[in-house]
Write a protein that binds this ligand. Structure first.
Ligand code: 13P
Ligand code: SF4
Length: 300
């Protein structure tokens, strides 16, 4: 009941402004289930952003996701409810870092995780998400690639391919906090528990998990296997959102919060639509090159 005023107002504002709300799997359930039109992992949000039929897109997620939506919809208004919704991975690398990597490894293609600024994407050959990173790396048909900026994602992909991967030292502040000891304690406390991990977790964590995949892949895994008891080594709202669809599955809930994702609230989504803020803009020269990297990824 505490949310109904904002929910009703947002639903009315969406009709009035011909707006859609794209929400990442880490958004809180009242956003994810009550006001979002399109939900998913970073790859699904990028894919679905290509076919949005609306004047306004509100991105309930972090800034790089809003930039990606803007890259794919240059003529639409894209709003992010809080400009402070950043990402430790996006903050770990600049466009000039990428240029230096290109100088250091001439001719080696640069694969950039979508969790980066448009300026970083613009210096890259192709983007990837955790959902398609292996396919993107192998699509290039080369023996060696540079993969930026998530060291752990790069190492987790390197474990699955013959392609040599040169990594950067960026980390997700949420997933780097999980440890193999956490998994061992969970298995002891909850015998038989199925452990799913996001590939932004350290490789030692992924090695001890039963499955690793993007947020969408973890959600699909629960739907397909219906484990009696599961733990998702990822951001806290994931379990809340997936649990709604699987009341028969027992979700064990040690999790880590993403402070950036949590900056988005029903209240600031409502204000974003009422006051048309914060409008996402990208320098047209940067946007053209960044869009190419994202579109190359979507074509894989
Ligand atoms: P995916 O939803 O693509 O798995 O990404 C996780 C993430 O950390 C996004 O910020
Ligand atoms: Fe960035 Fe990690 Fe938060 Fe995702 S969960 S937005 S990768 S800090």
């Amino acid at each position: 009941p505490a949310f109904t005023g904002d929910i009703d107002a947002i639903l009315a504002l969406k009709r009035e402004r011909n707006a859609v709300i794209l929400a990442h799997n880490y958004q809180t359930p009242e956003i994810f289930h009550c006001v979002a039109d399109i939900v998913g992992d970073s790859l699904a949000l990028a894919r679905k952003a290509m076919s949005v039929d609306a004047d306004v897109i509100v991105l309930a997620g972090v800034h790089f996701m809003a930039e990606t939506a803007k890259l794919l919809n240059p003529d639409k208004t894209v709003l992010i409810p809080d400009l402070g919704a950043g990402c430790s991975l996006a903050d770990s690398i600049t466009a000039s870092d990428v240029r230096l990597m290109r100088q250091r490894y001439p001719g080696v293609p640069i694969v950039t995780y979508v969790n980066t600024s448009a300026a970083v994407k613009a210096e890259s050959d192709i983007c990837c998400t955790s959902g398609n990173a292996l396919a993107v790396v192998e699509s290039l048909g080369v023996p060696r690639v540079i993969m930026l900026p998530d060291e752990y994602l790069a190492k987790n992909i390197a474990a699955q391919t013959k392609v040599e991967i040169i990594a950067w030292k960026g980390h997700c502040e949420v997933h780097e906090r999980f440890s193999p000891a956490d998994i061992r304690e969970l298995r002891e406390a909850y015998p038989g528990v199925t452990v799913l991990a996001h590939p932004e977790c350290p490789p030692e964590v992924v090695a001890e998990a039963d499955f690793a995949g993007s947020t969408a892949a973890m959600s699909d895994y629960v739907g397909r296997h219906k484990p009696a008891r599961v733990v998702l080594m990822t951001e806290c709202s994931m379990s809340d959102n997936v649990a709604v669809e699987h009341p028969e599955v027992d979700f064990v809930r040690p999790c880590n919060l993403c402070p950036h994702m949590k900056r988005i609230t029903l209240a600031n989504i409502r204000t974003a639509l009422e006051e048309n803020r914060h409008v996402v803009t990208i320098d047209p020269h940067v946007a053209e090159r960044a869009r190419r990297a994202v579109e190359r990824m979507l074509a894989v």
